[in-house]
Design a protein around this ligand. Structure first.
Ligand code: ARG
Length: 459
C-alpha cells in the first residue's frame, strides 16, 4: 500500500494484514461520484474562505472532473494501493495538480466526507427505488383494470372466507407500495442534510460557508451538531428499514403467486419466459422468480439488523465500526432494485384463470356471512343469525350440498323468517356487489380506488 494519509506520526509501516483488514476500497469505490461531487463543493467553500484562489479552485475542479472520467473508465484498478475511495481520489488529485491537491483536505475529515458521500448515495438510491415502486404499482393497476370483473375467494387463515374481486386483492398491494413510496419520501427529508463542515467531530477553524455547500449539493438543511453529523447513521438504518418493508410486501406477493400457480390452486399461469425447469423432472415448470424474491427478503432483513447491531453501544463520535455500514447498504440497494425490476415484469407476465377463481369462490360457503347479514335484515340479531347459518352450514356438510342448494323448506325449518329472496344473497357476484362502501370489494368502490391510483401515478 502506498504512503498513508496519516503517516507522520508512525515509525513503522502497517502490517499487510492490517492494510487488508482496514481497507474499504473494495466496496466504497462505488462512491466515487459522490466523493468527487462533495470535493467540488468543499473546494468552492475553501475558495470563499480564502484558502484557494479562484484559479486554484478552477484547476482542482477540472482535475476532479478528469478523475471522474478516469474512474468511469475503470482506471485506478489496483485496490491494494488505496485504503478507501477518499484516499484514491486525493492521491489521483495530487498526481495531477501537486501541492494544491494536498490542500484540499483543509477543514475536512474523512469522517464528514464519508457521511456526505453516503448521504448523497442514499438520496439517489431513494429516487431510483421510488420510481421502481411506481412502476410496480403501475403494473398492478394495469392488471386490476384489465380484470375488473373477476371474482375469487378471499382468504383468512388460508381458508376460503368471502368472495372478493381479484382487482381488490391486487389493489391491496398497490396500497402497501403507496405507503412504501411515501415512507421513502419521509426518509429522504432526514437524509438530505449536509454534514460537511463538521470535519473530524468538532467543526473547523476555517469559515466554511456551509449554507453555500448545502445549496451546491442540493441539500435541504445543514446538520446542527458536528458530533452528531459524523456519527449518525440513522438515515441509513431508516432507509434499510424502508427497503425491508418493501421486501416484505414483495415477499407476500411472491408467496401468493407461488401458491396460486400450483396445480392445487391453478389461479394463475406465469408465462414460460418467467419460469424455469427442472434438470431431472421433464414436466416441471417452477416459479423460481417469485421464490427468489421471497428468499432475498432474508438478506435485506439481515442487513438492517446487522447495522442496528453495529451501531448499538458506539460511543460518540466516529468509530471505524461504522465502515461496516456500506456493504449492508449497497447489497440492500442492489437486491431491492433487482427485485422491484423483476416484480414489475412478473406482474405483467401473469395470466389469471378467471374460471378457476370463480369456481373456487362458489364452493365452500363463502356467502355464509351474507346469509347471516340477510337474516339481520329480517330482524334476527347478528349473534343469533351467525348461529343459525352455522347450523345450516353443518347441515350442508352432512348432505354434501352448498348453501344455495338447500331448499327453502330446509332453510325455513331453522329460521322461518327466511324468504324466497334469500337465493340472491347466496350468489358470490351479488355478495361482492353489495360491498360498495368505501374501501370495500364492491365494483364501484374498487374502481374508485383504481381511479385514485391512476391520479397518484399520473396516468
Ligand atoms: N472508510 C471509512 C468509512 O467508511 C472512511 C472514514 C475513515 N475515517 C477514519 N477516521 N478512519 O467509514
Amino acid at each position: 500500500m502506498a504512503k498513508k494519509t496519516w503517516g507522520g506520526r508512525f515509525k513503522e509501516d502497517a502490517d499487510e494484514l492490517v492494510d487488508r483488514f482496514n481497507a474499504s476500497i473494495g466496496f466504497d469505490r462505488r462512491l466515487y461520484k459522490e466523493d468527487i461531487q462533495g470535493s467540488i463543493a468543499h473546494c468552492k467553500a475553501l475558495t470563499k474562505a480564502g484558502i484557494f484562489t479562484q484559479q486554484d479552485c478552477d484547476r482542482v475542479i477540472e482535475a476532479l472532473g478528469q478523475i471522474q472520467q478516469e474512474l468511469d473508465r475503470g482506471e485506478y484498478p489496483d485496490e491494494r494501493a488505496y485504503e478507501d475511495i477518499h484516499t484514491l481520489v486525493e492521491r489521483a488529485l495530487v498526481a495531477k495538480v501537486g501541492e494544491l491537491g494536498e490542500r484540499l483536505h483543509t477543514g475536512r475529515s474523512r469522517n464528514d466526507q464519508v457521511a456526505l458521500d453516503v448521504r448523497l448515495y442514499v438520496r439517489e438510491a431513494i429516487n431510483r427505488i421510488r420510481s421502481l415502486i411506481r412502476e410496480t404499482q403501475r403494473a398492478l393497476v394495469e392488471q386490476a383494470e384489465k380484470h375488473s370483473g373477476l371474482i375469487m375467494p378471499g382468504y383468512t387463515h388460508m381458508q376460503r372466507a368471502q368472495p372478493v374481486l381479484l382487482a381488490h386483492h391486487l389493489m391491496a398491494y398497490y396500497e402497501m407500495f403507496e405507503r412504501d413510496w411515501r415512507r421513502f419520501g419521509e426518509t429522504l427529508k432526514r437524509t438530505n442534510v449536509l454534514p460537511l463542515g463538521s470535519a473530524a467531530l468538532a467543526g473547523t477553524t476555517f469559515t466554511l460557508d456551509r449554507e453555500m455547500m448545502a445549496r451546491e449539493l442540493g441539500f435541504e438543511a445543514i446538520s446542527a451538531n458536528s458530533m452528531d453529523a459524523v456519527s449518525d447513521r440513522d438515515f441509513i438504518l431508516e432507509f434499510l428499514f424502508d427497503c425491508a418493508m418493501v421486501m416484505m410486501h414483495l415477499s407476500r406477493l411472491s408467496e401468493e403467486l407461488v401458491i396460486w400457480s400450483t396445480e392445487e390452486f391453478g389461479f394463475v399461469t406465469i408465462s414460460d419466459a418467467f419460469c424455469t425447469g427442472s434438470s431431472i423432472m421433464p414436466q416441471k415448470k417452477n416459479p423460481d422468480l417469485p421464490e427468489l424474491m421471497r428468499g432475498k427478503t432474508g438478506r435485506v432483513y439481515g442487513h438492517l439488523i446487522s447495522l442496528l447491531t453495529v451501531m448499538k453501544a458506539l460511543p460518540l463520535a466516529y468509530n471505524k465500526d461504522m465502515q461496516e455500514d456500506k456493504e449492508a447498504l449497497f447489497d440492500t440497494v442492489d437486491t431491492l432494485e433487482l427485485c422491484l425490476e423483476a416484480a414489475c415484469r412478473l406482474i405483467g407476465a401473469v395470466t389469471f384463470n378467471g374460471e378457476k377463481m370463480k369456481q373456487a369462490a362458489s364452493n365452500g360457503f363463502l356467502v355464509a356471512t351474507d346469509l347471516a347479514e340477510y337474516l339481520v335484515r329480517k330482524g334476527v340479531a347478528f349473534r343469533k343469525s351467525h348461529e343459525i347459518v352455522g347450523q345450516l352450514v353443518l347441515e350442508c356438510l352432512e348432505k354434501g350440498k352448498e348453501l344455495h342448494e338447500l331448499s327453502l323448506e330446509e332453510m325455513r325449518s331453522l329460521c322461518p323468517s327466511i324468504g324466497e329472496d334469500v337465493y340472491e344473497w347466496l350468489d358470490p357476484a351479488k355478495s361482492v356487489e353489495r360491498r360498495n362502501l368505501p374501501g370495500g370489494t364492491g365494483p364501484d368502490a374498487v374502481s374508485q380506488c383504481i381511479q385514485k391510483a391512476k391520479e397518484e401515478l399520473g396516468l
